[in-house]
Design a protein around this ligand. Structure first.
Ligand SMILES: *Cc1c(COP(=O)(O)O)cnc(C)c1O
Length: 431
């Protein structure tokens, strides 16, 4: 029987993370995905040039600013793992997020978003995009869905959240929020970076667009900066709220396009803004994805142990991790994350900022880094590192205080992680 696993969505997640989207028979039977290190591709003859340039030859590529066969494997693999109709790869998570938002909103439009997000995403919405006339309206309390609804106006073009908030790992009631967004004719956009499609698939709970920093768990080894956008398909872009999408579909003559969001994103973000991922980097992310499910299981089990250890430690005043039974999001965690949670958490050290600094300077296995989602374990001080652009009030809204430490739990032997935290917390407590 011929090999067909590259194109079979009924296979299990772990099988697809190794096979989806790559057909060796189309690549000289190379078993690993080749890196197409070329800026451009030959047309062959003029007839084919016409077909490629008019998009009549599906998947055909001409120039790596817009498309490259190595990236296409990553895009198809992510669409398969996430359960969407199409994906696109970007030069960073921020490029993916910016591209997605600029595809939805035009001058005068608004995005309603949670406050509990990656610092740069909040700054993008509240300080950078306003220069283009696009306003981020940030709710006060993301646990209260009414607050999202209050901020939605006729010029709102999306609701934007993270599936596991940064850095306190809060969980928003997705299904409730998705129905609310849809009742207003707008899509729910979810940054699913901390969960990955292995632990949580937003489309199964009503989301319409997923964005990822592939730099984190997808790549998994901290080697490569990358981003991905995935479209679920099926959203009604012709409901009157998105004139730019109507115009695009009219001009392209593709009213039956199954992934209109991705097609316009490709056209704008890749063709004109030039934000495509390099093929080398797409290869690195694909390598990471091959072991995604195995790593996430280990991240989840290590993080649960670390959270339990920290919450029982006398030098720790508070731990935010929904895997703990006393966490306010524990019920939502059990409902939405049956496979376990992310390796991310945050906690507060007794003794304020000074104790937090003593802790950070004492760790020996953990490293002080802003990066997260690496196989290796990191700690960081969010108030000056990751959420630097935010005011103290904005930081407090995101759950960041002068004694807050964010932890990215890696896949090391958990006993080593617990011992390192224990000795560093001992030093934090000794003034
Ligand atoms: C890192 C991160 C981003 C930004 O991604 P880059 O690849 O660094 O541009 C966005 N969202 C979340 C949740 C992140 O952790």
């Amino acid at each position: 029987m011929p090999y067909t696993a590259y194109d079979n969505r009924s296979l299990g997640f772990t099988t697809r993370q190794l096979h989806a989207g790559y057909n060796p028979a189309e690549n000289h039977y190379a078993k690993n995905v080749p890196i197409y290190q070329t800026a451009a591709f030959e047309f062959g003859d003029f007839d084919r040039c016409l077909r490629v340039c008019s998009h009549e030859e599906p998947g055909a590529v001409s120039y790596s600013r817009c498309a490259n066969p190595t990236n296409q494997v990553l895009e198809e693999r992510m669409a398969s793992l996430d359960g969407g109709v199409a994906g696109l790869s970007f030069s960073s998570g921020m490029a993916a997020i910016t591209g997605a938002i600029l595809n939805l909103a035009q001058e005068g439009d608004q995005i309603v978003a949670a406050p509990t997000m990656y610092g740069e995403s909040v700054t993008l919405l509240t300080k950078v995009l306003p220069d283009l006339g696009i306003t981020g309206r940030i709710v006060g309390n993301p646990d209260n869905l009414d607050e999202f609804e209050t901020l939605i106006t006729p010029r709102t073009k999306a609701v934007y959240i993270e599936s596991l908030g940064n850095p306190c790992i809060n969980i928003i009631d997705f299904e409730g929020l998705a129905s609310l967004a849809h009742a207003h004719g707008i899509p729910l956009v979810v940054d699913n970076t901390f969960a990955t499609p292995y632990l949580f698939r937003p489309f199964e709970h009503g989301a319409d667009i997923d964005v990822y920093s592939a730099t984190k768990y997808l790549g998994g080894h901290g080697t490569t900066v990358a981003g991905v956008v995935v479209e679920r398909g099926g959203f009604d872009w012709l409901n009157g709220r998105f004139p730019q999408m109507e115009e695009f579909l009219r001009e392209s003559g593709r009213s039956d396009d199954p992934h209109p969001f991705t097609s316009r994103l490709y056209n704008r973000s890749l063709s004109y803004f030039g934000a495509h991922l390099a093929a080398q980097s797409a290869f690195q992310i694909l390598q990471g994805i091959e072991t995604l499910s195995l790593r996430m299981e280990r991240h989840a089990s290590n993080a649960q142990r670390v959270a339990e250890f920290l919450s029982a430690h006398p030098a720790v005043s508070h731990v935010d991790y929904p895997g703990l039974s006393n966490n306010p999001y524990h019920e939502l965690a059990l409902r939405y994350f049956p496979r376990g949670l992310t390796g991310m958490m945050s906690f507060r050290v007794r003794g304020g900022r000074e104790a937090a600094i003593r802790f950070l300077d004492a760790v020996e296995v953990f490293d002080q880094m802003v990066n997260v989602g690496d196989a290796k374990s990191y700690v960081v001080y969010p108030a000056v590192a990751t959420h630097f652009g935010l005011s103290e009030q904005e930081q407090a809204k995101a759950g960041i205080y002068p004694d807050t430490i964010r932890v990215s739990v890696g896949i090391e032997d958990v006993e080593d992680l617990l011992a390192d935290l224990d000795q560093a917390l001992g030093k934090a407590a000794r003034a």
